[in-house]
Design a protein around this ligand. Sequence first.
Ligand code: PHE
Length: 445
Amino acid sequence: MKIARFSRVGFILAAAGSAVGLGNIWKFPYIAGEYGGGAFVLVYLLTVLLIGFSIMIAEMLIGYLGRKDTVTSFEELAPSHKEKWKFAGFQGLAGLFIMIFYSVVIGWIFNYIVTSITSLPATVKEAETTFSAMLHTDALTQIFYHTTAFIWITYVLTKGIKGGIEKMNFFLMPALMLILGGMFLYATTLDTFSQAVTFMFAPDWSKINSNAFVVAVGHAFFTLSLGMGAIMTYSASMEKDSSLVKNAFWVVFLDTTIAIVAGLMLFTFLYEYGSGPAQGPGLVFISLPAAFYELGTLGNLFAVMFFVALAFAGLTSSVSLVEPMVQYFIDRFGWSRLKASIAMGTFFWFFGLFAIFSNIDGYKEFLTWGGKSFFDWVDYVTAAIMLPLGGLVMAVFVGFVMEKERVETLMRPQLKWAFDAWYFSLRYITPVAMFIVILSLLGIL
Ligand code: PHE
């Protein structure tokens, strides 16, 4: 059987499509806001450069050399103890878990696309009431749109690497960049643009603490799609003789640029028409629609465009969150792609219902433990624990377990003088940083 491979541009678009997601447009601006802007952004950028970039290359390397699903790739590349190392491949499960809440949030976005066509909230207060009504009382709307997201994502997965994933990214990624780029250009013409720039780039060191550091590192992983096998699985279908370094560079570059462009654009609108940047998770669902309201009909257009772009970003990330486990069942159990896609889709759809009900009045009491709803637990366990752990395992695997010669033969010609720095980062900087992150998140530090 001929194996379908990404084209060169197709790979970069798909991997960037995975990286650019709700993390960039929904999460990054509000955590940057919460942690005081500039100083936080700087720590995040340093983490992306020093840790994110090297893990991205390591993850691509495992996929590229392994050429199979994540479990098989670890198993094949481990020089010994193959039976044990194969378990490292189960980091792919994290993607399915993330999808439990990710798909629900995409559902909210679909809902906001539809409602923004005709109406926007006149005040932040009104926006809050609308959002909270959906979240806490309207299970039906959430289920409807969550199911829509499930159908879309599963359908694309059934079409495979070329006809599904590459094709979707080929259309949605440029569309997303056009929309955000256009809105960004508009924002640069507003007086408050410079305020947004100052907020994002002028560091206020009094706002930075160890918690901000941990959040920045965790977010660098989440936003670059590292630590759960998405990039690894895509890399298994990379063209032969691709440069991992160039590919990794493009993905990191696009992901970071889009996060900054989205952040600057959002903050400008919020300074100009609304309530300033520190708003929490409701930023794009509450403050932003209220800010767009001030623009009249143009505001409706902007809101729809913005939520469409956000939905595109979320959908292209979603397929990469599910694909590792789809590939696993195809490779290891001989399932058809159709069967594997439907089975994995059904998994996140089903548990997504619990995520929805864990916010609904009258049900949430039964789905909340230790002050966190099921929805929040899934977010916390995956982003805070599973991804950093996955990153740690990969760094150790490439840095210590795989034969150095094998790694060096492939990577030294690509990295040249930077090879030693990269290898050092994998062996020492990354594991130590990850370890600190995991300990502090578990409350031990
Ligand atoms: N990177 C995506 C985002 O920023 C989320 C994601 C995480 C996708 C891990 C794939 C793997 O939203």
